[in-house]
Design a protein around this ligand. Structure first.
Ligand code: IVH
Length: 672
C-alpha cells in the first residue's frame, strides 16, 4: 500500500479505537496494540511530512510552544448556572419551573454529573476541529486549540459528515489516577504539588507548550451544544438527552451516570444516589446538573441575567476548603507511630465540621511546608480522614517558624526512633500509655471485637485508675463488677451491658480477633485471608515465614511482621491470658464475604422462608453480627409475620426494615 493510503487507513483505525475506548467504553484492542499502530503512523508522517494533517491522532502528543494565548470571542456566551443546596432548594427549582410554565404536570429532566474541571468550547467546521477555547469571562475565552488536540476524548474529526459549523461544550477533567501520578512525580522532583485535580486540569489547558498538556493526560466529557449553523437552524434533536446521544454518535464521550428522570422526587433520589457514588468515581464532581429535557420547554423558560431558567447546579458539600492552622501537635498511635496532627480553626468540609486533620508524617509535613499560623487547604473526601493539603503561601503573614520533629514522645517522654528506610517516627516504649489506649480502642472497635459500651473516654478513665492495663484486662472486668459500679457516673445497667458485650465478644471469628490484636500490617482483609488459610489460632501462632508468605495477599513484609509479633514474649503472654479467660475465637469460620461487615441485623416475627438459626449463621458467614434486640446500632431488621415490639422500635428509630423476601433480595443469588 502506498504511504498516503496507509496513513489515512491508520488514522481511521486509530480514531475507531479511540471511539471504542472513550465513547463506548468498550475497547477492542489493548494499549500496546494501539501504541504499535500509533507509532507506525508517527514513523510514516516523519518520513513523509507532506502526509501530516490537522486531524491526525499523532497531534495528541503535543507540539512546540505557541507564543501566547489569543482571545476567542464565543459565538454564544458561556453562561454559568444557579446553585441549589439541599433537597428543599432542589424542589423549589422544580416548583419554579412548573409555576413559570403554568403546569402541574411532572417535568422531565436530564440529570448529569457536575464535572469539577475546566469548561471548554469546541468548534468544528465541516467536521474538523477548528477551535478549542476556554470559558474565560463567559464572553471571551482563550484559544487553546493546540492543547485541546492533545486531550484524548476530544475528537479531531467528527464520525459523521456535518457541513457547516457546530460548537460542542463540555468539561476537561483530570482523572484521580492521573492526578495522583502527576503529584507523585512532582513530589519526587521536590516540586510544589497541585492542590486538586481541577487546578491541574485548568492549568493544563492553558499551557503554551502543548506537550506539557499532553503529559497531564486530561479527559473530556461533553454536556451540550453551543452555537450551530446546521442547514438553516435545523435542530439536531428535540431533547437535551437526544443531543447528548447525537454527540456520542459524532464521537464525543459523556457519562453513563446521566439519567432522564421525571419529577422532583426522582430528582432527589438521583442526587442522593450520585452523592453515594461520588467517592468511587474516577474523577472529581462537585454536584449534579439538572436540565429540563425538552428543548421546546427550555425555549419557553428562557434565561435570567445569570443563566438559563431551565437548568440548575445541585451542589454537594465542598471537599476542600481553607482555614487557619492554629497548632501542630504529635499524636501517638497504637503501633507507637508519632503522627503530626493539625489543630484547625473549625470549618465545614465534606459535610462535617473539621477541627483536626492529619499531616501524615514529619517528612510529608516538611515537604508540604506547612507552619503553625498558616492558612491551609483542608480536604475531606468520602469517608477518608480529613487531611491538610498544603499552605496558601500568599496568605502567610510574616516569618512563621518551621515546625520541628519531636525529640521526645509527647506522652511518655521516651526518645523516638526511626526504622531504617521508614518515614514513620516511633515511640519505642511498649508501655507508653498513649499506645495502650490506642490499642484498646482498636481492639474493641466495631469491625474487631465489637464491644459496645467501652468508648474512648471510659478506656482512658479505666487506664488512669489501673482497672485496664492491656487487652486481657478487658476480660477481667467481669470479676470487678462491684468496684466498677462504685465508680462515679457509671450506672449498674451500663456496667452489666458492658460485661454482657465483653462476654459475647469472646466468640468472635478468628479473622476479627486477628484484626483486633493490632498486628502491624494486618488489617480487616488480612485477618480474613490468614484465618481462612490457616484456620486455627494455634496454626497461626506457630506458622513459620514460608507458611505465612504462601497465604494469598500476604507479602514478605507482612509475613515477617506477623511472625515477629507472635514471637514477642509480651504478646504470647497476652494471648495465653485471654485464652485462659475464656476468649475462644471461632476458628475456621472466617467470613466468606464482607457483605454485612460492620452491620448488626435483627430477625423478628415468624420466619417462614428460612430458620432463624440458619439466617443468623449466614449473617456471621457474611461478616455481620446478629442481635436479639433493636437499638440505634441496629443496621437492619428482618421482620416476618406477627412481628411486634421490635418492629415498632425499629420504625421509631428509623432503622431499615425488610421482610424475608426483601432480605433474600439483598444477598447474592445462591449464597444463602
Ligand atoms: S451545563 C447553560 N452541565 O459547571 C448551561 N455544566 O455553572 C451551562 N459543568 O462552567 C453548563 N458539568 O463548566 C453543564 N453536566 C454539566 C456540567 C457543567 C460541569 C460546569 C460548566 C460550567 C459550570 C456551570
Amino acid at each position: 500500500m502506498d504511504p498516503m493510503s496507509r496513513a489515512s487507513e491508520l488514522r481511521q483505525i486509530l480514531e475507531h479505537h479511540a471511539y471504542r475506548y472513550y465513547v463506548l467504553d468498550s475497547p477492542e484492542i489493548g494499549d500496546s496494540e494501539y501504541d504499535r499502530l500509533f507509532r507506525e503512523l508517527q514513523d510514516l508522517e516523519a518520513a513523509h511530512p507532506e502526509l501530516r494533517s490537522s486531524d491526525s491522532p499523532t497531534l495528541r502528543v503535543g507540539a512546540p510552544p505557541v507564543e501566547g494565548l489569543k482571545p476567542h470571542r464565543h459565538a454564544i456566551p458561556m453562561l454559568s448556572l444557579d446553585n441549589a443546596f439541599g433537597h428543599e432548594e432542589l424542589r423549589a427549582f422544580d416548583e419554579r419551573i412548573r409555576r413559570f410554565l403554568e403546569t402541574s404536570d411532572e417535568i422531565q429532566y436530564l440529570a448529569e454529573l457536575k464535572f469539577d474541571g475546566a469548561s471548554i468550547s469546541l468548534t468544528y467546521r465541516d467536521g474538523l476541529l477548528e477551535i478549542g477555547a476556554t470559558r474565560g469571562d463567559g464572553t471571551t475565552g482563550e484559544d487553546v486549540t493546540h492543547n485541546a488536540r492533545t486531550v484524548r476524548g476530544i475528537p479531531l474529526r467528527l464520525r459523521e459528515p456535518l457541513p457547516g459549523g457546530i460548537e460542542v461544550r463540555g468539561e476537561v477533567v483530570m482523572l484521580k489516577s492521573a492526578f495522583d501520578e502527576l503529584n507523585r512525580i512532582k513530589t519526587e522532583k521536590g516540586e510544589q504539588i497541585f492542590a486538586n485535580a481541577r487546578n491541574a486540569a485548568a492549568g493544563g489547558l492553558r499551557q503554551l507548550d502543548s506537550r506539557q498538556t499532553a503529559a497531564r493526560k486530561l479527559s473530556f466529557y461533553t454536556y451540550g451544544l453551543g452555537y450551530s449553523d446546521l442547514s438553516s437552524g435545523r435542530r439536531l434533536a428535540d431533547t437535551q438527552s437526544e443531543i447528548i446521544a447525537t454527540l456520542n454518535r459524532l464521537g464525543f464521550p459523556s457519562r453513563a451516570e446521566s439519567k432522564v428522570v421525571n419529577g422532583a422526587d426522582a430528582l432527589v433520589e438521583y442526587v442522593d444516589e450520585i452523592q453515594r457514588l461520588r467517592p468511587g468515581l474516577p474523577f472529581g464532581i462537585d454536584g449534579v446538573v439538572i436540565k429540563v429535557n425538552s428543548l421546546d420547554l427550555q425555549e419557553a423558560l428562557g434565561f435570567t441575567a445569570r443563566g438559563p431558567r431551565w437548568a440548575i447546579a445541585y451542589k454537594f458539600p465542598a471537599e476542600q476548603t481553607f482555614t487557619r492552622l492554629n497548632r501542630i501537635f504529635a499524636q501517638v498511635g497504637r503501633t507507637g507511630v508519632i503522627t503530626p496532627v493539625a489543630d484547625l480553626e473549625p470549618v465545614q468540609v465534606g459535610g462535617v465540621t473539621v477541627s483536626r486533620a492529619t499531616l501524615h508524617n514529619y517528612e510529608d509535613l516538611a515537604r508540604k511546608g506547612v507552619r503553625e499560623g498558616d492558612i491551609v487547604i483542608v480536604q475531606r473526601a468520602g469517608d477518608v480522614i480529613p487531611e491538610v493539603v498544603g499552605p496558601v503561601i500568599e496568605k502567610r503573614e510574616g516569618d512563621l517558624p518551621v515546625p520541628a520533629e519531636p525529640t521526645a514522645c509527647p506522652e511518655c517522654g521516651t526518645e523516638p526512633t526511626r526504622k531504617a528506610g521508614e518515614v514513620a517516627l516511633r515511640c519505642p516504649n511498649r508501655r507508653c500509655p498513649a499506645q495502650i489506649a490506642a490499642k484498646l480502642r482498636h481492639f474493641v472497635g466495631r469491625k474487631m471485637m465489637d464491644i459496645d459500651g467501652l468508648g474512648e473516654k471510659l478506656i482512658d478513665r479505666f487506664l488512669e485508675t489501673g482497672i485496664l492495663t492491656d487487652m486481657p484486662s478487658i476480660f477481667r472486668l467481669r470479676d470487678r463488677r462491684d468496684e466498677l459500679v462504685g465508680l462515679d457516673r457509671l450506672g449498674e445497667l451500663s456496667i452489666d451491658n458492658l460485661i454482657a458485650s465483653i462476654e459475647s465478644s469472646k466468640n468472635r471469628s478468628l479473622a476479627r480477633f486477628l484484626f483486633a490484636l493490632g498486628i502491624p500490617s494486618v488489617g480487616e482483609k488480612g485477618g480474613q485471608d490468614i484465618a481462612r488459610e490457616l484456620r486455627t489460632l494455634d496454626a497461626i501462632r506457630s506458622a513459620d515465614y514460608d507458611t505465612l508468605v504462601a497465604i494469598p495477599n500476604v507479602g514478605p513484609h507482612t509475613a515477617s511482621e506477623i511472625q515477629e509479633w507472635f514471637e514477642e514474649p509480651e504478646n504470647q503472654r497476652m494471648i495465653e491470658e485471654m485464652l485462659a479467660l475464656g476468649v475462644a475465637p471461632v476458628e475456621g469460620e472466617a467470613p466468606v464475604s464482607d457483605l454485612f461487615v460492620g452491620q448488626t441485623i435483627v430477625f423478628t416475627g415468624k420466619l417462614e422462608k428460612f430458620s432463624r438459626e440458619s439466617a443468623e449463621a449466614f449473617v456471621t458467614k457474611m461478616g455481620g453480627k446478629s442481635a436479639g434486640s433493636v437499638s440505634k446500632n441496629t443496621s437492619l431488621v428482618v421482620a416476618g409475620p406477627g412481628a411486634g415490639s421490635k418492629l415498632e422500635k425499629a420504625e421509631q428509630l428509623g432503622v431499615t426494615v425488610v421482610d424475608e423476601e426483601g432480605f433474600l433480595a439483598m444477598v447474592p443469588e445462591g449464597s444463602f
